[in-house]
Design a protein around this ligand. Structure first.
Ligand code: ADP
Ligand code: MG
Length: 631
């Protein structure tokens, strides 16, 4: 062996991964080629970017391409396969780092998700990005020979049989790029076949931008799908393109393909992925659109075209009006970019609106996935509020299941309603149970449930929508539209006034300065009590602080008591007949704690436990006593 050969151990996770790849996985082995092509394509792209600003590059004239060649097995010689690119190449340091000593996130994720079950069914591999190492599914020996684009770097070879170690040594390679030489396992000899290889290239890599030659023939169609007339491209072609572009296994939620020639030349093929989270296998590593000019990729992740609250949109934008030899800085400052961005954004907003109108179920998925991103957009870029609000959807008292848009809410409003009502809750379930809803239900007024953390943040920031102000139903000064038929006005109070006043007095003494006032409620129906904030502000802030994990004193609030509630009637009678009963202060404390909890303001819910136990034992004793007296 060469004197200068150096041996390295693979990183522990990689060893484990290699063992599984080499010994356990027999299905979908063809993805090794997809991984090698994807690496070659990355290397070619990186070289092109380097060439934009650097003239000192080895082999500047070499064609940017990927070459796949093979030799069938014969007699005692195993089959071999070579994948070669003219990309950026690797230096000795890079090869050691990239292929063996740094554990990639993909490998870790893969191992974490691996269970015996999915090894047996064999469909794990397709879902995780194990990248380069997937070659050990088909190869018993791998030799990588690479030469960096840097003119004075030396060629280097890396080799391994997929065991615990790899060897790095100097190599002979005059031209720029990387060659992966595989000695195929006996049971993988099928891959040394032109027809099979072309088939795999078509399946996974048809839209790779660089030509892929299998035994000299170009095997991928390399088509700029986005430059075709949208009407001439089928839904399946769009899906295929999306899958190859992202390696996302799910179809996109929305596909937008359009072309225009004024005010700027623009061809775009955009997608909204079904999930916000990118899989580890995803080829698209960052947010941003691929920006092309004259069919040349000038920016791989362009974030200047769409605002951050639309950064989940992925795809290609191509404009012939952009100068070809632009550097990143000029792309950013280009007046044309502003125009392109405006057109792209307008189109995306229009298509989202259409999706909401025509496919509410798909749109519901969109909202569940991206609603928080849109709301963040309002928080970080308040000037966009008018664009974002119509996209949002909320649950409301109108329907248990369906989402409603603000437009639908406004359209359902009766002529005399002039505000958009919302109730805040820690969760949808707690918002639905809010005592503040009593008078709204009685009057048939719709209330939006604002139960996501961002709703709480945004509540004080939202201006109005279609001239209607947003209004919190817990607002102490809230005047409801007059309604003679409102049931709470019609009822004969259940609790005699003197008893009720005694109970209210007990609330005041028990709760002290935790309440600013205890008053009879004119609006409660099914709930015994509720808390209102005297000024609104302090409670909003308190909620936000609590969400950020800060403990702040609970601000004093107004306690409203429902004179028509059977529990209040019972407690009021108790306050008159047995003012010393230990039940009274316990019940008042518990009603107060429950109301705080309902508002999402109770600091330590577990503090309620001793009191609840005491209340339970009082209740049990009472039941036993009445059972005894029956006997
Ligand atoms: P990933 O592509 O997700 O980074 P891989 O395991 O496929 O992970 O590759 C690991 C790294 O090895 C790449 O990030 C790249 O730096 C390097 N690499 C792999 N193949 C090539 C190649 N053909 N040319 C240059 N570098 C390569
Ligand atoms: Mg890769």
């Amino acid at each position: 062996m060469d004197k200068t050969a150096e041996s390295y151990g693979f990183k522990a996770e990689i060893k484990q991964l290699l063992h599984i790849l080499a010994h356990s996985l027999y299905k979908d082995r063809d993805i090794f080629l997809r991984e090698l092509i994807s690496n070659a394509s990355d290397a070619l792209t990186r070289l092109q970017f380097e060439a934009l600003t650097n003239n000192d590059i080895l082999d500047p004239e070499a064609e940017a391409a990927i070459y796949i060649d093979f030799e069938e097995a014969k007699e005692d010689k195993p089959a071999t396969l070579v994948v070669r690119d003219t990309g950026i190449g690797m230096t000795q340091d890079e090869i050691v780092r990239n292929l063996g000593t740094i554990a990639q996130s993909g490998a870790r994720e893969f191992l974490a998700n691996l269970s015996q079950n999915n090894i047996d069914s064999g469909d794990v591999i397709g879902q995780f990005g194990v990248g380069f190492y997937s070659v050990f599914m088909v190869a018993e020996q791998v030799r990588v020979i690479s030469r960096s684009y840097q003119p004075n770097a030396e060629a280097v070879a890396w080799q391994s049989d997929g065991g615990d170690a790899f060897t790095v040594l100097p190599a002979d390679k005059a031209d720029r790029g990387t060659e992966i030489h595989l000695t195929l396992k006996a049971d993988a000899a099928e891959f040394a076949n032109a027809y099979r290889l072309k088939q795999i290239v078509k399946k996974y890599s048809d839209y790779v931008r660089f030509p892929i030659y299998v035994a000299g023939d170009q095997a991928n169609r390399r088509e700029s799908l986005w430059r075709k007339q949208p009407a001439e491209v089928s839904a399946d072609e769009h899906k295929d393109f999306y899958r190859q572009m992202t390696m996302d296994f799910e179809d996109p939620l929305l596909t937008i393909h359009f072309a225009s020639d004024s005010p700027v030349n623009l061809r775009a093929l955009l997608f909204v992925p079904r999930r916000r989270e990118r899989g580890v296998l995803s080829i698209r590593k960052e947010p941003g659109l691929m920006l092309y000019s004259h069919n040349v990729l000038i920016q791989e992740y362009c974030t200047d075209l769409l605002p951050s609250w639309l950064s989940f949109v992925d795809g290609v934008v191509d404009s012939e009006d952009l100068p070809l030899n632009v550097s990143r800085e000029t792309v950013q400052n280009n007046r044309l970019m502003a125009q392109l961005g405006k057109s792209v954004k307008a189109r995306v907003l229009r298509e989202l609106k259409k999706l909401g109108e025509n496919h509410p179920e798909e749109y519901a998925q969109f909202i569940e996935e991206y609603g928080p991103v849109l709301k963040e957009g309002i928080a970080t870029d308040p000037s966009s509020v008018e664009e974002i609000l119509p996209l949002l959807r909320y649950h409301s008292t109108h329907s248990e299941e369906a989402w409603t848009s603000l437009d639908q809410y406004v359209e359902r409003m009766s002529a005399d309603q002039d505000q958009i009502y919302y109730v805040i809750g820690d969760s949808l379930a707690s918002a639905r149970r809010s005592p503040h809803l009593d008078p709204f239900k009685a009057r048939n007024l719709e209330v939006l449930y604002w139960s996501e953390p961002l709703d709480v943040f945004l509540a004080p920031m939202l201006p109005e929508y279609r001239d209607k102000h947003f209004r919190n139903v817990a607002d102490a000064g809230l005047e409801l539209p007059a309604d003679e038929a409102a049931p709470e006005a019609a009822l004969e109070p259940l609790t005699p006034e003197a008893d009720f006043n005694r109970f209210v007095g007990r609330c005041v003494t028990t709760l002290g300065d935790r309440v600013t006032e205890v008053r009879p409620s004119r609006v409660l129906k099914d709930s015994p009590v509720r808390l209102l904030s005297p000024d609104g502000q302090s409670v909003e802030m308190q909620r936000i602080y609590r969400m950020m994990g800060r403990e702040v004193d609970v601000p004093p609030q107004i306690l409203e008591v429902n004179r028509n509630h059977p529990l209040i009637a019972g407690l009021s009678s108790l306050a008159t007949k047995q003012p010393d009963s230990p039940l009274l202060p316990l019940a008042i404390e518990q009603l107060y704690a429950g109301a705080l909890m309902q508002e999402g303001l109770l600091p330590n819910p577990s503090d309620m436990m001793p009191r609840i136990l005491e209340l339970l034992s009082i209740a049990t004793e009472a039941v036993e006593r009445s059972a005894d007296s029956v006997e």
